[in-house]
Design a protein. Structure first.
Length: 591
RNA sequence: GGGGUGUUAGCUCAGCUUGGUUAGAGUGCCUGCCUGUCACGCAGGAGGUCGCGAGUUCGAGUCUCGUACACCCCGCCA
């Protein structure tokens, strides 16, 4: 029916005088009686259609009956608008199409919510009618930007000799890491596949196979609770390279991200990205993914309070904890009430309280100031370089709690005081992660990244003298990339030496037998001339979310799940028939 | 598993503190008028199980308890 359709948003001045065909949806209708204006919308944008009832009464009669979101075929002549009727807020605003043919291809119910973006709409409703939500300009732009991003990823990586290879979705469940989504096997009674948390093992196998540069834009699955930036299924840009060091991986990713920024939001980014060590990030910001768009750094002041009379501090130090503080310039914005709110806030991170003092031109007042000795005051104002009017918050507890607390408090104050320049995109490499972490309760070691991550070569020997105390001296060849305080990717150079891998399993308390059952194929493969290799995975959804400044990851995923993991549109998950369950040898039991 | 916020017209929200006549606004929707609008304008009209269920009370949108759903956070996840 359409012989040569023109896209609404692409009607151009060069077509002036030409007769064109359009297909789209009624975005708006302005019926002035004798003249009717329709705004017709398709994936490319909007163009104004004019119908003059005195010149074409039949067409005007049809136009009168159309409503918003009717699907139309329109034919007519492109013409320039007179100077005083140009609409500068529309890309095609200098033009319009005088219709000589209108056909209602399909009528539409009145949409349950307005499709123009002025008002915020209940997200539940948007998700229920996602097909309408996706017609909104904001969502359309998001989907298109995401498309451009994935196109650039494929083009850039292909140009850099990466090969796109698919890996299985039905996979083997592996221990550790996130909870697996399981898929029961019908053919093998009582057996289960797991959906991949990432293609980790397979991409390493591909290195052994000699595909020295692999990539995939791939769905990954983790059965954990949802968050603003976490969905049970999400997309990774996954890569792996042979014969490389960390620097090669970093270089490839920096080039890729620069291209992605250009393609999605037209921004030039400065390379290379700054780098920080894990230790420094933890010291200065209290977390391994710092937001560097503003200052307010943490300062360790355990040394100042070594002999403190203030019980809270001395007790924390005595039990092996630390004391850090967060000095904040305060021109009165942090009122007493706010300080109290912050005390409540830090309790969510398991802090017992939030000691603070006010500093005013050399004097300490309020809060815990009466517990500070003269020498402590001196040392503090020197170490923190206190000037003018400031408020200093303290954290004193186990290291993890102090860092967690002050890192989050820093972010909250940064937002409250408007210290964050929202226009910035601060990329940051975080390097030299510890190889292992120690679980106090289970009294065992865990791999911080994963168990195939290589230690730094000069630290391999330290594995023999490992204790929970010296654990942080063993660094991994692991790296994260952070954007505005959000981890957007992480990877490592892998272990390709069987002896080192054995040692790693030993440390993690995984017996040779266990390892064989769980990863025998990878361990076997590594014995057949595995090349040194490493890689990284980027969280595509998160990157798009940050670049487009969307509020949540759900806003950049076409069909996301709610916090309870449900799809409001399709109603998944849902019960299945008893017959289906029987086939799978599955019985649903009560709690 | 835990903490918090919300749920009133198709949509966005007010009303709840201090229970009391017929639950309002804007917008959308419907009808009529209107030949240069672009958030068109003007006039008229329809539209409500105040999420659901108990309770307190002479009387509950409003107070209490429970519950469902959505969102944010802790745990979980890297």
């Amino acid at each position: 029916m359409f012989t040569q359709r023109t896209y609404c948003g692409e009607v151009s001045d060069s077509q002036s005088g030409e007769r064109i065909q359009l297909g789209g949806w009624v975005d708006k209708k302005r019926d002035l009686g004798g003249i009717i204006f329709l705004e017709l919308r398709d994936v490319s944008g909007i163009v104004q259609i004019v119908i003059d009832s005195s010149r074409s009464p039949d067409i005007a009669a049809i136009a009168e009956t159309v409503r918003n979101e009717f699907c139309l075929r329109v034919e007519g002549t492109v013409r320039r608008r007179s100077a005083e009727t140009v609409n500068p807020s529309l890309a095609t605003g200098a033009l319009e199409v005088e219709a000589d043919y209108i056909e209602v291809l399909n009528s539409s119910l009145t949409p349950p919510f307005p499709l123009d973006t002025r008002n915020s709409i209940n997200e539940e409703l948007r998700l229920q009618y996602r097909y309408l939500d996706l017609r909104r300009e904001e969502m359309r732009e998001t989907i298109l930007a995401r498309h451009r991003a994935t196109q650039v990823i494929r083009r850039y990586l292909s140009a850099n000799r990466f090969i796109e290879i698919e890996t299985p979705i039905l996979n083997k469940s592996t221990p550790e890491g996130a909870r697996d989504f399981l898929v029961p096997s019908r053919i093998s009674r009582g057996m289960f596949y797991a959906l991949p948390q990432s293609p980790q093992l397979f991409k390493q196998i591909l290195m052994v196979s000699g595909f020295d540069r692999y990539f995939q834009v791939v769905k990954c699955f983790r059965d954990e609770d949802l968050r603003n930036d976490r969905q049970p299924e999400f997309t990774q840009v996954d890569l792996e390279l042979s014969f490389v060091t960390r620097e090669t991986v970093i270089g490839v990713i920096e080039g890729l991200i620069a291209e992605m920024l250009r393609a999605t939001i037209g921004l030039e980014v400065e390379l290379p990205f700054p780098r920080i060590s894990y230790d420094e990030a933890m010291t200065r910001y209290g977390k391994d993914a710092p937001d560097t768009r503003f200052g307010l750094e943490l300062v360790d002041c355990g040394d100042i309070f070594k002999g403190a009379s203030f019980n809270v501090f001395s007790a924390a130090l005595a039990s092996g904890g630390i004391i850090k503080c967060l000095p904040v310039p305060d021109d009165g914005a942090i009122s007493r009430k706010m300080a109290d709110d912050y005390t409540e806030y830090v309790k969510t991170f398991r802090a017992k309280g939030l000691p603070y003092v006010r500093y005013r031109e050399g004097d300490f007042e309020g809060g815990i100031s009466k517990f500070l000795s003269e020498s402590e005051r001196m040392a503090l104002s020197k170490k923190l370089d206190l000037k003018g009017v400031m408020i200093v918050f303290f954290g004193s507890d186990r290291e993890g709690i102090v860092n967690d607390t002050l890192a989050n408090l820093r972010l909250k104050i940064g937002r409250d005081l408007n210290l964050i320049d929202e226009s910035r995109f601060n990329f940051l490499w975080v390097l030299d992660f510890p190889l292992l972490e120690y679980d106090e309760e289970e009294r065992r070691y865990y791999a911080k990244h994963h168990m195939f991550t290589a230690p730094r070569e000069e630290h391999v020997a330290l594995l023999d003298t490992l204790t929970p105390e010296n654990i942080n001296t063993i660094k991994a060849q692991a790296y994260d990339i952070v954007l505005n305080g959000v981890e957007i990717g992480g990877g490592s150079i892998r272990i390709h030496n069987t002896d080192v891998q054995k040692k790693m399993f030993e440390v993690l308390g995984i017996s040779e037998e266990d390892a064989k059952i769980k990863f025998s194929f990878l361990l076997e493969a590594l014995k057949y001339g595995a090349p040194p290799h490493g890689g990284i995975a980027l969280g595509l959804d998160r990157i798009i979310m940050l670049l487009l400044r969307r509020n949540s990851i759900r806003d950049v995923i076409p069909f996301p799940k709610t916090q309870k993991g449900q799809c409001m549109m399709s109603d998944a998950p849902s019960p299945v028939s008893p017959a289906q369950l029987r086939e799978l040898y599955i019985k649903v039991v009560d709690k």
